[in-house]
Design a protein around this ligand. Structure first.
Ligand code: BYC
Length: 477
């Protein structure tokens, strides 16, 4: 398999597509469907062109170039990280065997499922963000939104390539279905819960790119370990692009917190809703929502699916090679969250020991939670630096959960159990209310002029690719 990038083809790629005419034709016939999906479900705001990064190679240096392009002409391509000829499987019952270049028959269904779930999230997020362009706080932010969108489109291509190249007719049908399901659709929704939620405003967008894209980072990190080498190499390259999406979320929330803190200090009040910024309790409620729905994306605390994936070598752990154990885990155990029956029909939150293999969703979710905490610390440093005593925090792991052991209970952000009635009465203290959403939306007036920015967010510290903040990142139609 060649790793030289071919940028002259209809579909830019480094997988030697021109040497496999059948595959090339199949993908070229999917391409117009993708483009018509992009036209009807992708960014709604009409633009002439956008200053975008396009992946052109997979090396450490010079893997992308930046230029103004009409979004429709963006060169969505297929890029896999370089192949390591000597790569061995790093975990599970096939540990030490050569990585697979083809899909073993017995794992076909499971691998297809993992690839389809991953693939489904990519266009879903583009659909969720479709209308945000109309209310962008600056051209810089607008450009970042579009960058995230085109790259999620490319990540869809990455999964569709695997489906077409390795899963025959079933794979081609799955690729069609990835364009048929839609975020929030009644009849054919996206597969995972968080991808059917709306992203109606920019605070939600930054929260989504911080918390939900971060699930993507962790899931891609586990698929990068896969014994199926093409999947591993695809995910490795996707992670490179994903870093920018993380940056958009992290610094987006930085800037919202910074601006709110500034207005609080200037006016010596917490009550800033009427002053054109987003109050800290509203930021906290948005955070609670996006964090909890993203925790659901890791599946149940215990799962036989994940045990099977690991044992088969399909999906590893985060940083598998840094773990100091036998990488088979057949004799190991892990403590996971559980509900203890108090004997009177109520439950309390406890821990229970289970086989390490079935607890792997918990293992990954813990890695994710620690990473999320680093963002919260960072936002709290901004509050601290402004001399404010308020702090943001992650709610309890059981808060607002719809998947896993906590799906059947309700707790406060501190983890205190609530009856269903108490939850209904009090949830507006902890999750965005209709009033919060209306207020946030009222602030979302577009600022599409060069060098200008909306009043509810601070400007970024740096521009993109060394360009200044007032660069013409997006030329509107
Ligand atoms: N919503 O056995 P369990 C990204 C289902 S994000 C609805 O615990 P498992 C991105 C589950 O399918 C990363 N259903 O699940 C971010 C199962 O169904 P069956 C996306 C759910 O398999 C931003 C049942 O409940 N990639 O890239 O251990 C922008 C029992 O669950 C949900 C992946 O997720 C849910 N939240 O773990 C753009 C990686 N959770 O078997 C992109 C691939 C669970 O009873 N996927 N269910 O029919 C996986 O690794 C696993 O399938 C999951 C679930 C981690 C999702």
């Amino acid at each position: 398999m060649t790793t030289t990038s071919d940028y002259t083809e209809k579909i830019p790629n480094n997988v030697g597509l021109r040497d496999d005419r059948r595959l090339q034709r199949a993908l070229e016939s999917w391409q117009p469907n993708f483009l018509s999906w992009w036209e009807s479900m992708g960014p709604a705001l009409p633009t002439q062109d956008v200053y975008l990064r396009t992946a052109v190679n997979v090396g450490r240096e010079g893997w992308a170039h930046f230029t103004h392009v009409p979004m429709r002409d963006y060169r969505w391509g297929i890029f896999l990280a370089e192949r390591d000829q000597a790569r061995q499987i790093g975990f599970g019952e096939h540990k030490g065997e050569p990585a697979w270049q083809q899909v073993p028959g017995e794992y076909r269904a499971d691998l297809r499922r993992l690839i389809v779930i991953q693939g489904d999230t990519e266009p879903a997020s583009v659909e969720q963000q479709r209308n945000l362009g109309a209310t962008a706080p600056s051209l810089y932010d607008l450009r970042n939104l579009f960058q995230v969108n085109v790259e999620e489109g490319r990540h869809l291509w990455a999964m569709v390539y695997l489906l077409h190249a390795y899963f025959g007719r079933e794979g081609r049908e799955e690729a069609e279905d990835l364009l048929r399901r839609n975020s929030g659709s009644e009849d054919s929704p996206r597969i995972l819960g968080a991808f059917n939620e709306e992203t109606p405003d920019w605070l939600s967008f930054y929260m989504f790119t911080y918390f939900t894209d971060r699930d993507g980072k962790y899931q891609l990190g586990t698929l990068k370990e896969s014994a199926f080498d093409p999947l591993s190499r695809t995910c490795e390259f996707m992670l490179k692009e994903e870093a920018h999406h993380m940056m958009v979320g992290t610094t987006g929330i930085d800037r919202v917190v910074e601006r709110t803190a500034q207005v609080m200090v200037e006016n010596d009040t917490d009550d800033v809703a009427a002053l054109g910024v987003i109050p800290l309790p509203v930021i906290q409620r948005y955070l609670n929502f996006h964090y909890s729905v993203s925790l659901d994306l890791f599946g149940g605390e215990t799962s036989t699916n994940v045990a099977n994936y690991y044992t088969a070598g399909l999906k590893g752990r985060w940083m598998e090679d840094r773990r100091k154990d036998d990488h088979r885990l057949t004799d190991d155990s892990i403590m996971v969250d559980a509900l203890e029956d108090a004997g009177d029909g109520t439950g309390s939150i406890a821990q229970t020991e289970v086989a390490a293999l079935v607890g792997l969703n918990t293992d990954l979710r813990r890695e994710y939670i620690a990473d999320c905490q680093s963002g919260v610390n960072r936002w709290n440093r901004i509050l601290d630096g402004a001399g404010l005593p308020q702090r943001l925090r992650l709610p309890h792991v059981a808060f607002n959960r719809r998947v896993g052991v906590f799906a059947g209970i309700e707790v406060t952000p501190d983890g205190q159990l609530l009856t269903a009635g108490e939850w209904d009465r009090r949830k507006g203290e902890w999750l965005p209310t209709a009033v919060d959403k209306t207020h946030v939306r009222s602030l979302m007036r577009p600022v599409h002029e060069r060098g200008k920015i909306a009043g509810w967010i601070a400007p970024p510290r740096n521009g993109i690719n060394g360009k200044p903040f007032d660069y013409d990142y997006v030329r509107l139609a």
